[in-house]
Design a protein around this ligand. Sequence first.
Ligand code: HEM
Ligand code: HEM
Length: 234
Amino acid sequence: MKYKKDKILRQPLSNRIVHWVTAGSILMLIITGLGQMPLYGRYLLWQPFGTKWLTSYEITLWVHYFFAIVLTFIMFYHLVYHIIKKEFHIWPKKGDIKGSYEIIKAMILRKKEPPSDKYLPEQRLAYAFFAFGIGIAMVSGFFKIIKNMHGVQASNELLLWGAQLHNLGTVLITMGVFMHLAAFIVKANRKLLPGMFSGFVDKEYVKERHSNWYNELEQELEQEIKLKNEKQAQ
Ligand code: HEM
Ligand code: HEM
């Protein structure tokens, strides 16, 4: 069901599962990754309850591997799912940098924003930024496994680039998460929050801010009604 009283389905269950599994696994990968450095248990005068496992290199490595598999699986699922369904709403478009500038300018000057699609141009850019960071961390992560394999001697270049790129990916993703959460400080963006929990957002909000998407949905609905009527008439 795409519509409820005064609400529109923005994030179907599949999108919500992908979002929260990605967010959860990334959080765990950052926490356990820092454990490989190894960071925890070094300067602590007391051990916070339930965090002893973080000081074990073995455990954090296996937990890191576990969430690396979860993340890899969910990324493949996300790509295959949207490619099959031909859904590319969040894919960056030409002119998104200018579009983001126009929207931020309108917000600051309290003017009317230009009409937007399902996602604002800056959301499409945020997606690309996350995809780039996650891509770098994933590819370099798989190369870093070589270093931990018995009987395999990784070259110095592989060790160096594996570590540099993996760390770069981590920094980019961490920055992305901070910027992503900071976006919700802006009141207008908070209307999107219920979408990632219940799936539904306010109809008036969509009509006002994502008017191109709203028109698209209206056309789809008209088409569905027309087809239904034609079937009934037969
Ligand atoms: C590692 C943590 C996270 C990652 C990697 C992540 C990633 C993403 C990405 C790529 C998008 C789509 C692009 C965008 O709208 O910017 C998105 C959407 C969204 N995220 Fe997150 N997210 C994370 C954590 C969170 C958290 C903690 C919240 C809640 C406070 C949240 C709330 C949302 C909402 C509401 C949307 C939907 C926006 C819409 O419907 O247009 N995210 N997230
Ligand atoms: C969001 C994704 C990820 C983040 C944020 C992350 C973060 C980190 C960090 C901070 C380190 C410690 C720095 C270092 O040793 O260079 C690390 C180490 C490592 N990560 Fe990741 N990682 C991610 C994904 C992956 C993936 C997908 C794999 C592939 C299986 C992976 C495999 C490894 C390995 C093998 C190590 C080295 C462990 C060791 O030193 O023996 N990581 N990760």
